[in-house]
Design a protein around this ligand. Structure first.
Ligand SMILES: [Zn+2]
Ligand SMILES: [Zn+2]
Length: 193
């Protein structure tokens, strides 16, 4: 996912990159909960152009799909994502990012993000978009993956998948604030008065 900076003009130049399982594995460190396979290759598309003062503007979106595990019913499902992005890159010049990670990124990719949202620095005639692409994918990933909005999940008592069949365990879940009340009531009913 390399962009030739020299060729960019004030006219939008379209770009398109694809990253499948091989790309994902070589760039994304293994993380618990994240699959090593890509269900549908990530596609990074957009336009790049030069703004004023040698700044480079990137606008586009990242799409693709991963197989994630539903946080409620634990079923694996295909999670499609689409993340729009906009990035303004200024020439780094003689500046060095204060954060070691950003400094390493600037040396490696010719590009690093700054503390400001949607802002970064670039250096050299070629920039690599792999790392920022991963960041955009990470932004699009759900904190709590759900196979569907109204997934009923597993019964906390008997483990039954409530999407398939209801069970007779009742509606009170351990996470419900009412379960505390139910426990109190249960505890006091037989206790001394
Ligand atoms: Zn589910
Ligand atoms: Zn149950």
């Amino acid at each position: 996912m390399k962009l030739d900076v020299e060729r960019l003009t004030s006219e939008p130049t379209p770009f398109a990159f694809e990253g499948g399982t091989a790309w994902w594995r070589s760039h994304m460190p293994a993380q618990p909960g994240l699959p090593r396979e890509v269900a549908e290759p990530f596609v990074l598309t957009g336009n790049a152009y030069r703004g004023s003062g040698e700044a480079i503007l990137l606008e586009g979106s990242v799409s693709g799909a991963l197989e994630l595990e539903c946080a409620r019913c634990l079923a694996r499902y295909r999670h499609a994502l689409l993340e729009p992005f906009r990035l303004v890159l200024e020439p780094a010049g003689q500046r060095t990012p204060s954060e070691p990670e950003a400094a390493a990124a600037l040396a490696r990719d010719g590009l690093c993000m700054t503390d400001e949202l949607e802002m970064g620095w670039y250096r050299g005639s070629e920039i690599r978009l792999d790392t920022v692409c991963l960041e955009w994918i990470a932004l699009a990933l759900p904190v709590k993956p759900l196979c569907r909005e109204d997934c009923a999940g597993l019964c906390p008592r008997c483990g039954n998948d409530r999407n398939e069949t209801p069970c007779q365990c009742g509606e009170v879940s351990p996470n419900s604030p009412f379960s505390v009340l139910a426990a109190l009531r249960g505890g006091s009913s037989g206790g001394a008065k």
